[in-house]
Design a binder for this molecule. Structure first.
Ligand code: NAD
Length: 498
């Protein structure tokens, strides 16, 4: 049954190894690819926009996905005013009714033609591979059903008020939907601002949430870049901000909110410098598969992606050779093809930042780089592995398909863990070992939100593996976990039913 969270394989009963199922999906996606998107904000009253611009497919810049118009920033205040006025009536809608609307929205996303449309937009607007696009929609549905169930279980009736939800481009549907529906379930009104790169998929989601019954003054969408996010978070009438994105922007928002005397709530989920520690007892083939999935899937554009691989010296040489061999088999190409493993990075700014980092490290470090099969038309970055002497050259999160490898001797294990901790991030780490004592020791010493043992370190499942970190990686509570809705309400923990 679809309400079992974590049911990832063959979503909606889809078996992609079945040629008929695959060709039906591809037909639906082809039909969806002909749609000419022309989107602007979805607000309760008409607002002025600045002239629209064309959104280009990151894998192929000759493919125009649609036209997007950003809101005029001086209109943002009126939108916030509407959200505040709508607060009282939404608060009085019962948790059961709120939850049912969110479930109705999940049902809409699961209709095959709509699902194909969402997938097509995720591929063309965000450069997702086909498999990543399926997982994207699956996760958005999981968030809806999980938070709807939580909403009824907790029977929340005292929300924060009007909440701003700001999201990144790398999970343009799942994280956007997770933020929005959690706040709505808890009884808040919402002004949502998706990342500027992925407005179209967010526009689809909000229009379907309205179709599912969420009133247009309770949920409004404003399209814009960081300046619009800045105006929203500076509005002293808002009661809370849910933010997912870079650590730098989270700090800026935190500084703004901290100046207020009324303590608005901030939930921030930010970056990571995620490591995997592999000792000499690990199973090499399994390590190899998990490293490739963790470092290069989604072109490394996951907050949980593997950046630092630490391998015990005794097995380092053959282990690194095996990983290099497997890297050579990666297909870096058109994300619409099932055969593609790695698609493009989001835009030319991201590409330039990554190439800057790569070209600097190439001067001093050994590396192994993959060939891009078909990338002239888009913003591709070839997956690359660097061997570093230590971690001092890594100063901040590198958000792309770049893996940094260091070797350690058995007696240096604690030094390695401490050097990872010193980076200040604490999001996702992995351990590969067959010694229980080693696993326990590393788990206790390393700073992390999520630690994965003898598996890859990406793809946390809503309701099963609540996701989030601390330090430079965020504030908590974890998304897709049982404390999330409580943070969005004024309910005291002793009122929570068990
Ligand atoms: P970003 O911080 O550049 O942008 C995120 C959002 O913030 C966008 O909507 C952007 O328009 C908005 N924004 C920019 N400046 C703002 C300002 N001054 N005030 C308010 N809003 C502003 O991040 P990104 O490039 O979109 O996403 C990639 C980052 O997100 C990476 O660092 C990644 O690790 C992180 N991320 C974290 C998680 C997590 O769960 N921890 C999940 C996904 C992505």
């Amino acid at each position: 049954p679809r309400h079992i969270y974590g049911e990832r394989k063959n979503s909606w009963g889809m078996d992609l190894s079945n040629e008929h199922v695959l060709s039906q999906l591809q037909d639906d996606m082809t039909m969806a690819s002909g749609i000419d998107f022309n989107v602007s904000s979805l607000t309760h009253h008409d607002v002025a926009h600045i002239p629209a611009f064309a959104v280009l497919n990151p894998a192929n810049h000759t493919d125009v996905v649609g036209q997007v118009a950003f809101i005029n920033p001086n209109q943002v205040s009126d939108v916030v005013g509407v959200a505040i006025n709508a607060q009282h009536s939404w608060q009085n809608v019962s948790p059961k009714q709120r939850a049912d609307m969110i479930r109705a929205f999940a049902d809409l996303m699961e209709e095959p033609k709509r699902m194909a449309l969402l997938m097509m937009v995720a591929v063309r607007e965000a450069g997702k591979t086909l498999l990543n696009a399926i997982a994207e929609v699956r996760e958005a549905v999981d968030f809806c059903r999980y938070y709807a169930d939580e909403c009824e279980r907790l029977n929340l009736s005292t929300p924060l008020g009007a909440v701003v939800a700001i999201s990144p481009w790398n999970f343009p549907l799942a994280i956007f939907v997770g933020e929005v529906v959690s706040a709505l379930c808890a009884g808040n009104t919402v002004v949502a601002k998706p990342a500027e790169q992925t407005s179209i998929i967010a526009h689809l989601a909000v229009s379907w949430l309205h179709e599912a019954g969420i009133p247009t003054d309770v949920l409004q969408l404003v399209l814009g870049a960081g300046d619009v996010g800045g105006v929203l978070t500076a509005d002293e009438r808002i009661d809370g901000v849910i933010f997912t994105g870079s650590t730098d922007v989270a700090k800026r928002i935190n500084t703004l909110l901290a100046k207020r005397s009324d303590n608005p709530v901030l939930i921030a989920e930010t970056g990571g410098m995620n490591a995997m520690i592999v000792d000499s007892t690990a199973l090499p083939e399994q390590v190899c598969a998990d490293v490739l999935a963790s470092a290069f899937d989604s072109a490394g554009q996951r907050c949980s992606a593997l950046r630092i691989l630490c391998i015990q010296e005794d097995i380092a040489e053959p282990m690194i050779e095996m990983i290099k061999g497997a890297m050579d088999e990666l297909v870096v190409s058109d994300p619409r093809l099932l055969s593609t493993d790695v698609g493009p990075v989001i835009d030319s700014e991201a590409q330039a930042n990554l190439l800057d980092h790569i070209n600097t490290l190439k001067q001093t470090s050994d590396y192994h780089e993959v060939r891009v099969t078909d990338g002239e038309q888009g913003t591709f970055v070839a997956p690359i592995l660097f061997e570093l002497k230590d971690l001092s050259q890594l100063k901040k999160e590198v958000f792309g398909p770049v893996l940094h490898v260091v070797r350690y001797k058995a007696h240096e294990l604690d030094d390695v863990i401490d050097s990872i901790n010193k980076k200040g991030y604490a999001l996702t780490h992995g351990i590969h070992s067959r010694i229980d004592g080693t696993i326990e020791h590393i788990t206790n010493r390393i700073q992390a939100g999520n630690v994965y043992i003898n598996r890859n370190i990406v793809g946390a499942v809503v309701g099963v593996q609540p996701f989030g970190g601390h330090g430079l990686s965020g504030t908590g509570p974890k998304a897709g976990g049982c404390f999330y809705l409580q943070r969005l309400s004024r309910l005291d923990s002793w009122d929570i039913p068990t």
